[in-house]
Design a binder for this molecule. Structure first.
Ligand code: HEM
Length: 342
């Protein structure tokens, strides 16, 4: 599902969804790029992973997704116990309603797919086909759990990454100009495709640098199942260990002047000179993100497709404040003014 060949083929589906989504945009309009990028991601994963057109349902699903993710706000996690969740607070009721909406939507897609031959190569068809072939093993609940994981992580993370990339491009017009030059030079008058990924080198460097400063998954947690010694430190069984790309990515030993947005840090030579885990927006080890190739394709193609036609300016006076949930959101969204390139 996630090998290179398949992902290159998915490039076409992605670009089709991106152009359809942004055909509604108008010169001078104000949009919230946090919402736009989430709706777009939902349309893309809907088509690419579920083979369903979710365009018309995107706003509804986005609201449910955002409500569910509110519950993962870092300060809420400390309180998250089964007993606490049972207290009928308004926020708990909102969470339950939103989770149910996602659950119902995903179960409906599974039920619909079961009726067909499931010969398409999308993830949902492959899983349902496997389920039909195996006598036991994959239960309905497991299919639902897998699809829910993909729906949540496959939408929220690329959307967050792209929202910060647009913010940084708006704040750094010289970098935005270089992206436009690359896109114009590589593509001319045509739309990008999966084959262009290697040619859109600078665009990819921009995305890498924005995920350095604003890694969508800013914190990962592990719980030790037994005592373990790592690098001289003893970690007791039951303890939690947190690793944060946000912190490591701003370590001046690896990234001098770490606050500065500088895509040139991502030339092949500069990247090869740094230790492997100085940069890990997609995690590592056995839980390394399976969607990494998909995410690079989606990210680069989204920036390239939009940069062909649009420039974004941050809405004047807008306040930027980090809002760390399971992903690194922006507390007041990301309102931007669209300017059509002539
Ligand atoms: C910029 C986009 C993305 C980022 C930054 C990202 C980041 C990550 C990270 C850091 C992990 C590991 C978490 C841990 O170690 O605890 C992870 C896991 C995962 N990612 Fe991604 N991801 C992205 C996009 C995607 C996409 C597009 C998909 C699917 C199409 C995807 C599917 C998954 C799955 C299935 C897991 C494993 C979840 C689990 O173990 O339950 N990701 N991702």
């Amino acid at each position: 599902m996630f090998n290179r060949e398949r992902i290159v083929a998915l490039g076409e589906v992605m670009v089709d969804q991106i152009t359809r989504w942004t055909d509604r945009w108008r010169d001078g309009a104000s949009v919230d790029m946090a919402e736009e990028m989430t709706d777009l991601a939902i349309s893309i994963t809907g088509k690419a992973l579920f083979n369903v057109d979710l365009g018309s349902k995107a706003v509804d699903l986005r609201n449910a997704l955002v409500t569910v993710l509110q519950a993962t706000r870092f300060s809420n996690l400390a309180l998250a116990t089964k007993q606490f969740e049972k207290i009928p607070l308004p926020s708990h009721r909102r969470f339950a309603r939103a989770a149910k909406k996602l659950d119902t939507g995903i179960r409906a897609m599974i039920a619909e797919r079961r009726k067909g031959a499931c010969e398409d190569p999308d993830l949902l068809s492959v899983i349902v086909r496997l389920h039909k072939q195996s006598r036991k093993g994959i239960t309905d609940q497991k299919i639902r759990d897998q699809m829910m994981t993909f729906f949540v992580v496959g939408n929220e993370t690329p959307a967050t990454g792209l929202m910060w990339a647009w913010y940084l491009l708006a704040e750094n017009p010289d970098v935005a100009k270089k992206v436009q030059n690359e896109v114009d030079h590589v593509l001319g008058n045509r739309l990008p495709s999966g084959q262009d990924l290697d040619r859109l080198r600078y665009t990819r460097m921009v995305l890498a640098e924005s995920m350095r400063l604003y890694p969508p998954v800013w914190l990962m947690t592990r719980r030790a199942v037994r005592d373990v010694k790592i690098n001289g430190f003893v970690i007791r069984s039951g303890s939690y260990v947190h690793v944060s790309p946000f912190v490591t990515h701003r370590d001046p030993r690896y990234f001098p002047e770490p606050e500065r947005f500088d895509p040139e840090r991502w030339t092949p030579e500069a990247a090869a000179a740094r230790p492997k885990f100085s940069y890990f927006p997609f995690g590592g080890g056995s839980l390394q993100c399976i969607g990494e190739g998909f995410a690079w394709m989606q990210g680069v193609l989204t920036i390239a497709t939009l940069a062909r036609r649009w420039r974004m300016r941050l809405a004047p006076g807008h306040r930027i404040e980090l809002d760390p949930h399971i992903t690194l959101r922006s507390r007041y969204g990301m309102p931007m003014i669209l300017e059509q390139r002539k």
